[in-house]
Write a protein that binds this ligand. Structure first.
Ligand code: GLC
Length: 577
């Protein structure tokens, strides 16, 4: 199945499955008193490389995070998801790990990490680590040993295969970052598999010693007192029993690896073992990055019989790419589709499991540019998204800078981009016949660098991020868009985030209340209610850039936040009680 059909199939399954979640799971919405700490808090994601540099190296560090804990506290944050801080050659900015139980010197020392944990604890903020267990770096000692011969003790710690009879790669799979998913290794005279870059060889989970080494590493961090784990690219760990070619889906003759290897039967056996040996018995949360889990399997992944507490599901953030283009050509989408995607995942976790709510992360463009028309006022757009994020049911995940309303960059040459996937996207687009201008436009729209530019703390040198030369240029709008300026402005995006965080924390219905989508067919208004017993809050957001009438059902209702009126200005938000 090619990626386009795969997405369509997944969507169709989703539509069918989510209609009757209550029937499927039975049971009731989880009672307020049964909620755990992580179901009541807000998680803030930090990309350490870009957050705050205390040494002038141009790269953010752990001490920079510790220095800003009070800033996060004011946002109502109870946990920080740190993208990888382990030693890494940084081919994929830390997602290529060369030692699972140490800190990369660029980020500081283990003592700095321990201090971050203890300073966080003082403020009620836990640290959540990113486990990248589908693959390691090709510089990890395990891989160096594995590739050295066919009979060393770690010979089968990775996925090795002989060439086809004609000397070509074992299959025609295209890696997620472009090009063949197989790389030839002279020393062994074999190919190794990499779902991502060639510097990220896939680990062989079939080998119990590999699994145990990974569990040991996670337990090392639990012993340090971390508050949980985000588990990277986890749907790829189980490979198919047989490796067969897929139908070519691009002019390179390759076939995208995702539909061919993601979520292979038997994966849950590994994950139940992982849960038993690592997660069970700890007051932590786990959230899996699980691209490729079909909706009718969700109850095996989260909830009472699941393996994780939450799962990042991508249907809502993939909408502007819904044509299934492998490399990110934007396509028109409708508000009704966004509402459906979000309310489907609300419904699927209504009585079993829990939802992480997110619009941004380190792999996504800024939501202001992604979900709104070009003529939308970016401040209003950022606030509109915040209103949805902080009042849906589930744990909100704020990505660094989102609380300031940060926006995309648009650099004028592909050479300016650091993101490995942007280069692959650009090459692929050229190969498919797009012009260099079009290819660059796709990169502007979708590059992961959009989210990775340095944090904008103030209007001073390098936005207050670093006294040295930042590893990635600062977005040039930092003179006006920065935390210090927003601290002073009671109408800023930051002030709005803080206000809503408090609103959420002080209204139990916004935490444990039931969710109901209102006006599902309206293409301008995103409205839903959150109800707990006799208390109910309704969120109403005009997602369009037009002035529209306020629907009659809201006339005369009590306004909790917002303007009293019978119209909705472009991107206007109202909360009714
Ligand atoms: C995940 C990460 C992404 C990384 C990839 C490979 O999707 O979020 O940043 O490049 O896995 O580890």
């Amino acid at each position: 199945m090619n990626r386009r059909n795969f997405i369509k199939t997944a969507a169709a399954v989703t539509a069918g499955f989510y209609l009757n979640p209550v029937e499927i799971f039975g049971g009731k919405v989880m009672a307020a008193e049964n909620l755990k700490w992580w179901q009541r808090t807000i998680v803030y994601q930090i990309y350490p490389k870009s957050f705050a540099d205390t040494t002038g190296s141009g790269t953010g560090d752990l001490n920079g995070i510790t220095a800003h804990l009070d800033y996060l506290k004011k946002l109502g944050v109870g946990a920080i998801w740190l993208t990888p801080v382990y030693p890494s050659p940084m081919v994929d900015n830390g997602y290529d790990i060369s030692d699972y139980t140490a800190i990369d010197p660029a980020y500081g020392t283990m003592a700095d990490f321990d201090r971050l944990i203890s300073e966080g604890k003082k403020r009620g903020i836990k640290i959540v680590m990113d486990l990248v267990y589908n693959h390691s770096s090709d510089k990890h000692a395990w891989f160096l040993e594995s590739k050295s011969s066919r009979n060393n003790p770690k010979a089968d710690w990775y996925i090795w295969r002989d060439a086809k009879a004609d000397g070509s790669a074992p299959t025609n799979w295209r890696s997620i970052f472009g090009g063949s998913a197989w790389t030839w290794c002279e020393e062994r005279g074999q190919f190794y598999l990499h779902t991502f870059a060639k510097e990220q060889p896939d680990l062989n989970w079939e080998n119990p010693a590999v699994r145990q080494a990974l569990y040991d590493a996670a337990n090392f961090w639990l012993d340090k007192g971390v508050g949980g784990f985000r588990i990277d690219a986890i749907t790829y760990i189980k490979k198919p029993a047989e490796f067969v070619d897929g139908a070519p889906d691009g002019k390179d003759g390759l076939s995208h690896i995702h539909p061919l290897t993601a979520n292979t039967r038997g994966i849950l056996d590994f994950l139940h073992e992982f849960k038993r040996k690592v997660f069970d018995g700890h007051d932590i949360f786990t959230v899996g990055e699980a691209n490729g889990v079909a909706a009718d399997e969700l109850n095996q992944w989260v909830g009472a019989n699941g393996v994780f507490d939450m799962l990042f599901e991508f249907s809502h953030v993939l909408l502007p790419l819904k044509n299934g283009e492998i490399f990110c050509r934007p396509t028109p989408w409708k508000l009704t589709e966004l509402k459906k995607a979000l309310s489907d995942s609300q419904a699927a976790t209504r009585t079993n499991g829990w939802c992480p709510v997110f619009f941004e992360n380190h792999d996504r463009p800024r939501c202001v540019n992604y979900f709104f028309p070009k003529d939308a006022n970016p401040v209003d757009a950022a606030k509109a998204m915040a209103a949805i994020l902080l009042t849906l049911r589930g744990t909100p995940f704020i990505y660094e800078g989102q609380e300031l309303g940060c926006t995309n960059v648009a650099w004028d040459s592909i050479d300016a981009y650091n993101d490995i996937s942007s280069h692959a996207q650009y090459e692929f687009a050229l190969n498919e016949g797009y012009t260099p201008e079009q290819a660059l436009e796709f990169v502007h729209f979708f590059s992961r660098d959009n989210a990775r530019t340095p944090m904008q703390w103030n209007d001073k040198k390098n936005a207050g991020f670093s006294s040295g030369t930042p590893w990635l240029p600062v977005n040039e709008n930092f003179k006006t868009l920065n935390a210090a300026a927003e601290e002073k402005n009671s109408d800023s995006v930051l002030a709005w985030y803080r206000k809503l965080a408090k609103f959420r924390a002080t209204h139990e219905e916004l935490i444990s209340g039931d969710f109901e989508l209102l006006l599902p067919d309206d293409e301008n208004i995103f409205a839903f209610s959150r109800t707990l017993g006799s208390k109910s809050i309704t969120t109403v957001v005009n997602f369009s850039t037009k002035n529209i009438p306020l629907p009659a059902e809201f006339h005369g209702k009590k306004i909790l936040i917002g303007r009293k009126s019978e119209d909705l200005k472009p991107l206007e938000i109202k909360f009714f009680g």
